[in-house]
Ligand binder design. Structure first.
Ligand code: NAD
Ligand code: UDP
Length: 326
C-alpha cells in the first residue's frame, strides 16, 4: 500500500483515478482548489478511511508526506483554461515546480498529466511522441499548451539534474461521467444539448477530427505508467486511436440519445487543431496496455450519467460566465 497524492483529484479524471487507487488498497490524498472540480465528484470517497481531501492551490508550496504523486491539477477545457490564462500557466509551471520540489524532498515518484496539446495543430498524423509539435506560442490556447510544454521540460530537467523518478503521460481527449455539465468540451456539450433537445453547437464545418478515450481506460493507463521501472519516463501517449470527425460525433450523440436536436454551426475557435490521433505503439509496448471501450459503449455510459444528473433537477453554475476567478 502506498500513500498517493493526486492533485486535481476532485476533477473529472482525478476523481476516477482516486477511486481506482483506493480500490487497489492505497491511501489517497486528494488536493484540489475546486477551480473546475467539485466535491460531488468525490463525495462517494469521503467516507473511506484511506481517503483525505485537502483544499489547496498547487501554485503555492505544499508540505505533505507521500510515496507517489499524480499531478493532474489544471483546468483542461478550453473555455476554462482561457478564462484566467495567467492562472493556467501558473498552475502548470509553478504547480509543476512545487510538486517536483515536493517529490525531490520525499524522493517520491511523480507523474505529470501532460496533453496531446503539446503537439498543437499537428502536421504529422497520427502523432508519435518523437514529434515536437506545432504550437502557437502567443495564441489563446498557448497558456495551456506552452504551460504543459514547460511542465514537461521541468520534469525532464528534474530527472537530469536531481535524478528524480518521473513519468510523463500525454493524454488525448478523454470523456466520461463526471465531466462538468457546463464544461464546454465537445462530448459533454453535445450530450447535454441532445438530452435537453437544444441545438447541437458544431464549431466550424465539423470536419476537424479527434480520437476519444473512455475515462476508465485512461486511468488504467496512468496507473500502469506509474508502476513501470524508473527508466520508463515517457513521454507516452495515452488515449484511443479511433478517430472521428466532430460532425460524426454530433450525429452519433443525436442517434444514441434519440434527440430532436438539430445541428447549429458556430465559428471555429482560434487555433482549433484540425486533426488529432495518438500513435499508441510506445504505450502498448511499455505498458502492455490498450484502450478497450468502444466509443459507442463509452458514450452510452456517459449519456446515462448526464441523463440522471439532469433529471436530479439541481442547478449547475455556468463556469464560462464566472465573474470571480475562483
Ligand atoms: P478538470 O478540469 O475536470 O480537472 C482539473 C482539476 O484540477 C479540477 O478539479 C480543478 O479544480 C483542479 N485545479 C485546477 N487548478 C488547480 C490548482 N492551481 N490547484 C489545485 N487544483 C487545481 O480536467 P480533467 O479533464 O480531469 O483533466 C485532468 C488533467 O488531465 C489536467 O491536467 C489536464 O490538462 C489533463 N488532460 C486532460 C484531458 C482530457 O481530455 N480530459 C486531455 C489531456 C490532458
Ligand atoms: N467543439 C464543437 N462544439 C462544441 C464544443 C467543441 O464543435 O460545443 C469542437 C471544437 O471546436 C474542437 C472539438 O470539438 O474541434 C473538440 O473540442 P474540445 O473543447 O472538447 O477539446 P479540444 O480537443 O479542442 O481541446
Amino acid at each position: 500500500m502506498n500513500r498517493i497524492l493526486v492533485t486535481g483529484g476532485a476533477g473529472f479524471i482525478g476523481s476516477h483515478l482516486c477511486e481506482r487507487l483506493l480500490a487497489h488498497g492505497h491511501d489517497v490524498l486528494c488536493v484540489d482548489n475546486f477551480y473546475t472540480g467539485n466535491k460531488q465528484n468525490i463525495e462517494g470517497l469521503l467516507d473511506s478511511r484511506n481517503f483525505e481531501l485537502l483544499r489547496h492551490d498547487i501554485t503555492f508550496p505544499l508540505y505533505v508526506e507521500v510515496d507517489e504523486i499524480y499531478n493532474l491539477a489544471c483546468p483542461a477545457a478550453p473555455v476554462h483554461y482561457q478564462f484566467d490564462p495567467v492562472q493556467t500557466t501558473k498552475t502548470s509551471v509553478h504547480g509543476a515546480i512545487n510538486m517536483l520540489g515536493l517529490a525531490k524532498r520525499l524522493r517520491a515518484r511523480i507523474l505529470q498529466a501532460s496533453t496531446s496539446e503539446v503537439y498543437g495543430d499537428p502536421e504529422v498524423h497520427p502523432q508519435p511522441e518523437e514529434y515536437w509539435g506545432r504550437v502557437n506560442p502567443i495564441g489563446v490556447r498557448s497558456c495551456y499548451d506552452e504551460g504543459k510544454r514547460c511542465a514537461e521540460t521541468l520534469f525532464f530537467d528534474y530527472r537530469r539534474q536531481h535524478r528524480l523518478s518521473i513519468k510523463v503521460a500525454r493524454i488525448f481527449n478523454t470523456y466520461g461521467p463526471r465531466m462538468h455539465v457546463n464544461d464546454g468540451r465537445v462530448v459533454s456539450n453535445f450530450i447535454v444539448q441532445a438530452l435537453r433537445n437544444e441545438p447541437i453547437t458544431l464549431y466550424g464545418d465539423g470536419s476537424q477530427s479527434r480520437s476519444f478515450c473512455y475515462v476508465d481506460d485512461l486511468v488504467a493507463g496512468l496507473e500502469r505508467l506509474m508502476a513501470t521501472p524508473d527508466d520508463v519516463t515517457g513521454p507516452l501517449n495515452l488515449g484511443n486511436a479511433a478517430e472521428i470527425t466532430v460532425r460524426q460525433l454530433a450525429d452519433n450523440v443525436i442517434t444514441l440519445t434519440g434527440s430532436r436536436s438539430r445541428i447549429e454551426h458556430r465559428p471555429l475557435p482560434e487555433d482549433d487543431p484540425k486533426q488529432r490521433r495518438p500513435d499508441l505503439a510506445r504505450a502498448k509496448a511499455a505498458l502492455d496496455w490498450a484502450p478497450s471501450t468502444p466509443l459507442e459503449e463509452g458514450l452510452k455510459k456517459t449519456i446515462t450519467y448526464f441523463d440522471a444528473l439532469l433529471a436530479s433537477g439541481q442547478s449547475f453554475p455556468d463556469l464560462s460566465r464566472r465573474t470571480t476567478l475562483r
